[in-house]
Design a protein around this ligand. Structure first.
Ligand code: ZN
Length: 282
C-alpha cells in the first residue's frame, strides 16, 4: 500500500501545487472557468462588434444625408446650407437640371477665361522676351561701337623720342622736301603700329631703308622707315602693337623713325596735322 502510495506521492506535490494554484477548484472546475474566460473574451470581443454593427446601421441615414448634402455642396456652394435641412434641400437641388446646366456653363466660361488669361500671359512673356532681346542687341551694338572706337583710336609709334624733322622741311640730303615726320630715338627702340590695320608691305626700300607699310581700314598707308628690325612683316595688327625697331637704315644721318602718312595710298600728307586731327600731338 505504502509502496503504491509512495509513487503516487511524487505526483502528489505536483497536484498539490496545482491545488495551491487553484485553491478550492479541482477537476472540471478549471475547465469551466477557462470556458467562462473564453466566453467572456468572446463577449468582450463581440460586444464592441455589436456596438459597431449598430452604429453603421444608425449611420446609414446619416451617411446618406451627408452624401446628399456633400454632393450638392460640390455642385453649387449655394447648397451648403442644405446640411442643416438634409431631408428636403438635396432632393430639390438634385432634381433641378437647370442648376446643373448653369454650373456647366459657368465651368465652361471659367475655362475659357483661363485660356484667355493664359494667352495674355504668353503674349506678355513674348513681349518681355522681345524687349530683353532688343535691349541685348542694343548693348551689343554699344559694345561693338566702343570696340570700333577703341580700334579706331590711334597711338604714337614711339614712346620715347624727340622730333628731329618735320614734314615739308628741306635739307641737302633729301632729294625733295621732307615727306614725313622724324622721331629720333635710340636704335632698337620699339616701333608700334599707330592703329588697327594690316601690314601690306615690309622689306628693304632704298633710301627708306627697312620699311613697313601698314594699311589702315580707311585705306590710309602708314610708312615706318629706317628700321633696324622688322618684327611684324605681314597680317593684321592692333594699335600699340610692336611691329619693328628704330634704326638708321637707308638715307639717314642718325637713328630715327621716319613716319609717312599717305591717304588712300597716294601722296603723303603732313603726319603732324593728320595725327593732331585724330587727337594725337606728337
Ligand atoms: Zn624722315
Amino acid at each position: 500500500m505504502a509502496s503504491t502510495h509512495t509513487p503516487a506521492h511524487p505526483a502528489g506535490p505536483a497536484a498539490g501545487t496545482r491545488l495551491l494554484e487553484h485553491p478550492g477548484h479541482d477537476g472540471p472546475e478549471p475547465d469551466d472557468s477557462g470556458l467562462l474566460a473564453v466566453e467572456t473574451e468572446t463577449n468582450r470581443h463581440r460586444m464592441p462588434r455589436q456596438t459597431r454593427g449598430a452604429s453603421p446601421l444608425l449611420g446609414v441615414t446619416a451617411v446618406a444625408a451627408t452624401l446628399g448634402a456633400t454632393g450638392f455642396a460640390s455642385a453649387t456652394p449655394a447648397a451648403a446650407p442644405a446640411v442643416e435641412a438634409p431631408d428636403e434641400a438635396p432632393v430639390a437641388l438634385a432634381a433641378d437640371p437647370g442648376l446643373a446646366l448653369a454650373a456647366r456653363i459657368q465651368q465652361q466660361a471659367d475655362s475659357q477665361r483661363t485660356a484667355a488669361e493664359e494667352g495674355a500671359r504668353v503674349q506678355a512673356a513674348k513681349e518681355a522676351e522681345a524687349k530683353a532681346a532688343a535691349k541685348e542687341a542694343e548693348a551689343k551694338k554699344a559694345a561693338a561701337e566702343a570696340e570700333a572706337k577703341k580700334a579706331a583710336a590711334l597711338t604714337l609709334p614711339v614712346s620715347d623720342y624727340r622730333l628731329s624733322a618735320h614734314y615739308g622741311q628741306s635739307a641737302r640730303y633729301w632729294a625733295n622736301l621732307h615727306t614725313g615726320l622724324d622721331f629720333a630715338a635710340d636704335t632698337g627702340t620699339p616701333v608700334m603700329a599707330i592703329g588697327q590695320g594690316t601690314i601690306t608691305s615690309a622689306g628693304w626700300s632704298g633710301s627708306y631703308g627697312y620699311r613697313i607699310v601698314e594699311t589702315l581700314p580707311d585705306g590710309t598707308e602708314i610708312w615706318y622707315c629706317h628700321l633696324s628690325s622688322i618684327i611684324k612683316g605681314s597680317g593684321s595688327v592692333t594699335g600699340g602693337q610692336q611691329i619693328g625697331k628704330v634704326g638708321a637704315t637707308g638715307n639717314v644721318t642718325g637713328p630715327h623713325l621716319h613716319l609717312e602718312v599717305r591717304p588712300g595710298g597716294g601722296a603723303p600728307v603732313d603726319p603732324e596735322t593728320w595725327l593732331e586731327q585724330r587727337g594725337l600731338t606728337p
